[in-house]
Design a protein around this ligand. Structure first.
Ligand SMILES: [Zn+2]
Ligand SMILES: [Zn+2]
Length: 258
């Protein structure tokens, strides 16, 4: 079995209309979907975006009976300190193969909303990386830290800008290491939002600090972005001497060679 795309959305996420069936047609191998959980979802008018776990599980069970158990279940937890208790109680007693941890918003607005354009970019970066570190420290049990650059996707951040935040990024990476989580290479961030150079820098920093766990995810919301630019991301990892990706089954990590 090869490595697979570890960050995908279907119609079980409000911002995707894609079906499991269409993803299954893309491959004979495993797939996993990682659906949104965002309480007080700023991107969605402030309503709670809550994965319908029963419907999601039923759908996967039914398809797994036909497709030889090829679907794994995942969730992308959008963390805010305000929603901590709701997140923990939602996750309790539910079964996932992989839990992604993300920061999408600061409790007032999502970092992809236009208000970001009017703000001081450095202030946005400071706030965002701070929230990311807090999320990793506070939430136990997550497996992968997703798209470290989500909060700066709307900004034109140069490598020099990012280097200014090296102490904060090290704090974030330290927290990720302490929780034995994997670091996601989000290929839409890298090749659609043009942040590959920022990822290159972060990968170097993470390896220097002893990091070994990498996850590859397109963050596709439709089949058109499935395994988006995976060859480029794999080539980048190989440049750094990385030989495997970290994947999760029943939230237990294992390495898949690249
Ligand atoms: Zn996300
Ligand atoms: Zn996502």
């Amino acid at each position: 079995m090869g490595y697979y795309d570890q960050h995908l959305h279907t119609q079980f996420s409000p911002d995707s209309a894609e079906s499991f069936e269409n993803y299954l047609e893309q491959t004979d191998d495993l797939i996993v979907t990682t659906e949104h959980l965002d309480f007080h979802d700023a991107y969605n008018g402030g309503v709670d975006t809550v994965l319908d776990y029963a419907a999601y599980s039923d759908k996967i069970d039914a398809l797994n009976r036909i497709h030889g158990g090829r679907i794994r279940r995942g969730i992308e937890v959008g963390y805010t300190p305000e929603a901590h208790t709701q997140i923990v109680s939602y996750l309790e007693g539910k079964t996932f193969d992989v839990i992604l941890l993300s920061v999408h918003q600061n409790g007032h607005f999502d970092y992809l909303q236009p208000i970001i354009d009017e703000m001081d970019p450095k202030a946005v970066m400071r706030e965002y990386f701070g929230l990311c570190t807090k999320a990793v420290r506070k939430l136990d049990g997550a497996n992968i830290f997703a798209h470290f650059d989500y909060g700066i996707r709307r900004l034109s951040v140069t490598l020099d800008d990012l280097r200014e935040f090296e102490p904060q990024l090290k704090e974030l990476l330290n927290a990720i290491l302490a929780k034995e989580m994997a670091l996601e290479l989000n290929t839409r961030s890298m090749y659609e939002y043009q942040n590959a150079d920022l990822y290159r820098y972060l990968i170097g920093l993470y390896l220097e600090m002893g990091g070994t766990r990498f996850s590859l995810g397109s963050d596709a919301h439709s089949i058109h972005k499935y395994r988006y630019h995976f060859d480029d991301a794999i080539a980048l990892l190989r440049e750094f001497g990385v030989t495997g990706l970290t994947q999760f089954k029943n939230r237990v990590a294992y390495i898949e060679p690249i």
